[in-house]
Design a protein around this ligand. Sequence first.
Ligand code: ADP
Ligand code: MG
Length: 214
Amino acid sequence: MQFSEFSLDKRLLATVEHMGITTPTQIQEQAIPIALAGKDLMASSKTGSGKTLAFLLPAMQRLISTKALSKKDPRALILLPTRELAQQVYSQLRLLVANTQYKAISVLGGENFNDQAKALSREPHFIVATPGRIADHLSQRHLFLNGLELLILDEADRMLDLGFVDQLKQINDAADHKRRQTLMFSATLDHDNINDIAATLLNSPAHVAVGASH
Ligand code: ADP
Ligand code: MG
């Protein structure tokens, strides 16, 4: 299979080609059509299997092909457990948005809070973030998620290990509306609390597990 067989904007396909990527990985092949169909998804596959593009491409496509619910609020929020992981995802996202009119920022723990508040006030479409810092900005009303169309949790198992459950619930409540799509990715689903958080955040999700032993 080729990326061009997915219903993706030609600017996205061109960026993928520039990345030197031709054939989708298994998780991409299975997750992208489900995410493009607007369904909630819980997906797992091992580290290094290409999960980042499995959610960034459908997220970009949704922004391109649908009308924004809100002019001000971010349209997509991607959460990761650590700064380093968030920076890796943000660098791939920047390549994808470079070709479009969309604006992406990162909001990470350990960076200047006021600078972040300023960046949030400039109405980015996309935010890549760590959960604690986003929860802080929500509490300070620097950020509203009423117009959020896509909530993506990457490395969900590690976010739970790092104790981000309360922040995830706060973010979920701030973006609680019918038209939100939620995608959850993890290296493993063997985690005590992952089904609980999935039940809270996801709405009748499809499940994709590549390389699972059962
Ligand atoms: P994961 O999140 O599953 O650990 P990543 O999304 O970080 O994996 O991808 C790992 C590496 O594989 C990255 O360098 C990425 O650019 C590359 N990659 C992603 N998709 C493909 C693909 N379809 N073909 C070849 N390489 C890919
Ligand atoms: Mg990853």
